[in-house]
Design a protein. Structure first.
Lengths: 115, 111
């Protein structure tokens, strides 16, 4: 299994500011994913982050708004830029298990409220 | 990945089996059926997956019909801690690795 931690666990931010969310994994993993879960909704994939390459963004998500870093095999960051109240969501990172494709493990999420 | 259809909500009595259905009538031959659940205020948790044979682990059993167009997740003895949203997700064995979450089934286990 993989143990994932995220920082911060929650934050309240003012519109127009930016927040960087950190995701730390206790083992080396190739693929990391960032998801957004808006209030009362299911999870939506933002991007896939592989070490050593640019993140791949899903339709509706752009790098300028959600820049992602993946400096090594155990760490990634997601920045939510120029925030508006519509960005209020839970942001979750996940990784594929060390065995490869069988399971994904999720972090506890970062609860963001934008005022 | 093909779509799945799940009932939006179900109730189950504590100690009884919870049977959660999922329809995936357009599933392709190389797509696995995965089940995850999300307990309130937590990240999703993997439960079980299968291709065409029934599967069982310490958490649950997965029954896949012979034509693979539907499946059922069985929690044999539901507890209050099993109250969660359960997601049935299709995933190919190659290519895209990210999960596509539908609306899921909100299971409420009643005391």
């Amino acid at each position: 299994s993989a143990v994932i931690s995220q920082k911060p666990s929650r934050d309240i931010c003012q519109r127009g500011t930016s927040l960087t969310i950190q995701c730390q994994v206790d083992s080396q993993v190739t693929m990391m994913f960032w998801y957004r879960q808006q209030p009362g909704q299911s999870l939506t994939l933002i991007a896939t982050a592989n070490q050593g390459s640019e993140a791949t963004y899903e339709s509706g998500f752009v790098i300028d708004k959600f820049p992602i870093s993946r400096p090594n095999l155990t760490f990634s960051t997601l920045t939510v830029s120029n925030m508006s109240p519509e960005d209020s969501s839970i942001y979750l990172c996940s990784v594929e298990g060390p065995g490869g494709k069988e399971t994904q493990y999720f972090g506890p999420g970062t609860r963001l409220l934008v005022l | 990945d093909a779509k799945t259809t799940q009932p939006p909500s179900m109730d189950c009595a504590e100690g009884r089996a919870a049977n959660l259905p999922c329809n995936h009538s357009t599933i392709s031959g190389n797509e696995y059926v995965y089940w995850y659940r999300q307990i309130h205020s937590q990240g999703p948790q993997y439960i079980i997956h299968g291709l065409k044979n029934n599967e069982t682990n310490e958490m649950a059993s997965l029954i896949i019909t012979e034509d693979r167009k539907s499946s059922t997740l069985i929690l044999p003895h539901a507890t209050l801690r099993d109250t969660a949203v359960y997601y049935c997700i299709l995933l190919m064995d190659t290519g895209r690795r990210a999960l596509t979450f539908g609306s899921g089934t909100r299971l409420q286990v009643q005391p």
